[in-house]
Design a protein around this ligand. Structure first.
Ligand code: UD1
Ligand code: CA
Length: 448
């Protein structure tokens, strides 16, 4: 029978090294907060109940954790990782199942790795710890093993020289039956070098109770913990490199991979081509055959099949580009549905708009969607031709097949198949320029 799963996410630390008004775990990696990454991991591996442990000083973390639907436990003061998990005891009083401890500042653990921790429990271990081979073990806790059994975790500050030579380290993830976990935690003391209640002491305590612990080994890159802005940059780099590899493996061409920035949820189908210096904010999906030319920025949009974007385009939230449509250089779109094969090729702003199929929007066209108080909609029917430098003062509807002359300030609806002209009539004065130049030149010479 599958056991119920709970997670305790530790986020009560002070995070002073970030030098930020924002708590550390709310800083973003790949377009979402570290806290949200860890929450997503827990959801992804079938955890039903999540308790986030926060300090009184982390009001922003508390609010974010609540917004993400987590239970809150307050740890005040912060007396160590064991003390932190114990703070969640009341939240889990009625819970019977497996408790897994996760750190909110360790965002990149993959679901597959967390599942292996659960598998170790299913296969009979009482406690499973996620470990890794550290390049430089430094301050990490060392995993002491005997055959396949994990017999203790020794913090670096408590370790003997022989133990310090061990490179197998503790990631912080630990999973055990909730009764065992809390029973052991109630017996942890702070009689150690840091004067803290170490979560890691539960391994030896549970061993004395006759429980067996094991270590599951993950990659060092995924257990990377963030303490500083530099660490944050390393986590971002690790995420970006993994995502670039993932999309390329799925059949996407990246012309200059290191310059393409993805978000955690970017979805790209095969045979999409992405040029250099393209940035994806959250919520972008790109269908097969599309080309994203260099220096384009996309967020919250759907890029249809065979669409062409950029170079230098900004595609903002709510944009849906229909099959074969185009948004060219220096084009900005927002909340715009652009129909099949329609073109917005140059220097335009299209916002709060519904554009039909086969529409041509001339260079420099602007939807004037905002009156200083409210946003209004522009609707353009199939096959319409919008002359260059049109200002479409919304709300306004351009009928199917209509044709707008260049430079119009269009304030009234234009019927289907009509010509819409909204500019002053041109006046030509024969010989005027020649007379003007002669008069000006004469005046200038008289002054000398
Ligand atoms: C901990 C582990 C160590 C492991 C390392 C991995 C212990 C005793 N040590 O050490 O074996 O190799 O993580 O990164 O567990 N926190 C609280 N309340 C507290 C203390 C910490 O919520 O009172 C939170 C922190 O915000 C952080 C996490 O727990 O998210 C880890 O705490 P930290 O002090 O960084 O532990 P380490 O000393 O790095
Ligand atoms: Ca740490």
């Amino acid at each position: 029978m599958k056991k119920a799963r709970a997670a305790v996410i530790l986020a009560a630390g002070k995070s002073t090294r970030m030098k930020s008004a924002t708590s550390k775990v709310l800083h973003d990696v790949g377009g979402r907060s570290m806290l949200s990454w860890v929450k997503a991991l827990a959801d992804n591996v079938g955890v039903e109940k999540i308790v986030c442990v926060v300090g009184e000083a982390n009001a922003d973390v508390r609010a974010a954790a609540e917004a993400l639907g987590m239970d809150i436990a307050v740890q005040e003061p912060q007396l160590g990782t064991g003390h932190a998990v114990l703070a969640a005891k009341d939240n889990l009083a009625d819970f019977d199942g497996t408790v897994t401890v996760l750190y909110a500042d360790t965002p990149l653990i993959r679901p597959a790795t967390a599942r292996r921790v659960f598998e170790a429990l299913d296969e009979g271990a009482d406690v499973a710890v996620l470990g890794f081979e550290a390049e430089e073990p430094a301050a990490y806790g060392r995993l002491i093993t005997n055959g396949d059994e994990l017999t203790a975790i020794v913090e670096a500050k408590e370790a003997s020289p022989e133990q310090l030579a061990i490179r197998l380290c503790n990631s912080g993830v630990i999973s055990a039956n909730s009764k065992d976990m809390f029973s052991a935690l109630s017996r942890v003391t702070n009689d150690n070098a840091k004067g803290e209640y170490y979560l890691t002491d539960v391994i030896e305590i549970l061993k004395a109770d006759g429980r067996k612990s094991v270590a599951v080994i993950g990659d060092e890159a995924e257990v990377l913990g963030v303490n500083s802005r530099y660490d944050l940059s390393l986590a971002e780099k690790a995420f970006q490199n993994a995502k670039r590899k993932e999309v390329m493996d799925m059949g996407v061409t990246l012309r200059e991979p290191a310059s393409v920035v993805f978000a955690y949820d970017t979805q790209i189908e095969n045979d999409v081509e992405i040029g250099a210096n393209v940035v994806f904010g959250p919520g972008v999906s790109v269908k097969t055959g599309a080309v994203i030319h260099p220096f384009s920025h996309l967020e919250g949009c759907v890029i249809g099949k065979d669409v062409s974007i950029g170079p230098f385009a900004r595609i903002r939230p709510g944009t849906i580009m229909g099959e074969g449509s185009r948004a060219g250089n220096f084009v900005e779109t927002k909340k715009a549905v652009i129909g099949k094969g329609s073109k917005v090729n140059h220097l335009s702003y299209v916002g709060d708009a519904e554009i039909g199929d086969g529409v041509n929007i001339g260079a420099g066209t602007i939807t004037c969607n905002y009156d200083g108080y409210n946003k209004h909609k522009t609707i353009i029917g199939d096959g319409a031709f919008i002359g260059t430098h049109s200002s479409l003062v919304a709300p306004v509807t351009i009928g199917k097949g209509a044709f707008l002359g260049s430079g119009g300030v269009i304030t009234k609806d234009v019927p289907e198949d009509a010509l819409g002209l909204a500019r002053a009539k041109q006046v030509n004065k024969d010989g005027w320029a020649k007379r003007y130049h002669a008069a000006q030149a004469k005046r200038k010479n008289q002054k000398k």
